[in-house]
Design a protein around this ligand. Structure first.
Ligand code: PXG
Length: 290
């Protein structure tokens, strides 16, 4: 594997950054998780746009332009002969002192790793997954804003540990008001009486790129989609439920906190959206091999 760091490719064994990098010392940095399908980078522009929004939110000066970062992602895929894969794009604040002041970090670092990811077992895509609600609430907007895809994921990792302790792979995180925000690495959707609902971004969710794609696909299929505040009651009484994320794609949820969702099987609309999403991923994206 060849890893891109600040304009150069390194072998896996030599792909290293300084222990004085504030990405390591303080989780001071941002990232994106991107997929490649069929020799193309899916939703590349959307991911790089979101990266630059995260950078702006944490006052990080990007050392490369939008076009240069996009090219680095595509080049790293090509360098690793990726046709179907997963790209982790990481921007750290860079090397600084042992104090937390980011002004002491002269130059941010850009890292691109192209590999593969399999988040959940295939069996769950067929039969649905069980999830629980966990005690750790989603970050407040007034703290580290949940829209920032920062390197500081400890809040979500705590929620993931709580999910693991409950014997499941993913968990619903509520916000401080008790409304459903999202899951630890996925956005959440429900269907009720033919209509589709997902929590508003203001409930405390990442502005998911898969979320936006799925909303668009659903509307193309004539499904009404709205974004009201949702409670656990709404999830329990849904006809269908599924999660969306770059890594997870669309995964059906059939049990939440011990309550069976719908008839306990992945729903018909969820299946239709999964097929539509799969054809979109196969047909669109930035070509890796021109
Ligand atoms: N919410 C959160 C908190 C996320 O981290 C999503 C929603 C889905 O967003 P996209 O844009 O991907 O549709 C994410 C992204 C992992 C992993 O290893 C998870 C994500 C990204 C990369 C890796 O679990 N989730």
């Amino acid at each position: 594997m060849k890893v891109f760091i600040d304009g150069q490719f390194y072998d896996e064994a030599n792909a290293k950054i300084s222990v004085f990098d504030h990405g390591l010392l303080y989780g001071d940095g941002i990232f994106e998780g991107i997929r490649a399908y069929n020799g193309r980078v899916f939703k590349l522009k959307e991911h790089i746009d979101r990266l630059f929004c995260s950078a702006k939110a944490i006052l990080l000066t990007m050392p490369m332009t939008h076009a240069e970062v996009s090219k680095a992602v595509v080049d790293t895929c090509r360098e690793n002969n990726i046709r179907d894969g997963y790209v982790r794009l990481v921007i750290t604040r860079g090397v600084g002192t042992l104090g937390l002041n980011p002004n002491k970090c002269k130059l941010a670092s850009v890292i691109v790793i192209a590999g593969t990811i399999q988040l959940y077992p295939e069996e769950m895509y067929q039969n649905g997954m069980a999830i629980v609600t966990v005690p750790t609430v989603r970050n407040l907007h007034s703290a580290v804003n949940p829209a920032i895809k920062s390197l500081n994921y400890l809040n979500n990792i705590l929620a993931k540990i709580e999910a693991n302790n409950a014997g499941v792979e993913e968990a619903i995180m509520l916000n401080s008001e008790g409304y459903v925000a999202e899951c630890t690495g996925d956005n959440i959707f429900i269907l009720k009486d033919g209509k589709m609902f997902t929590p508003p971004l203001s409930a405390g969710a990442l502005y998911g790129i898969t979320r936006a794609a799925v909303v668009e696909l659903a509307r193309q299929q004539g499904i009404e989609v709205t974004e009201p505040n949702l409670t656990r009651y709404d999830i329990f009484n849904a006809d269908e439920c599924f999660l969306t994320g770059t890594a997870a794609e669309i995964i059906p949820v059939t049990k939440v906190d011990g309550r069976i969702i719908g008839d306990g099987k992945p729903g018909a609309t969820t299946h239709r959206l999964i097929s539509a999403y799969r054809s979109l991923t196969k047909q669109s994206g930035e070509p890796i091999y021109p």
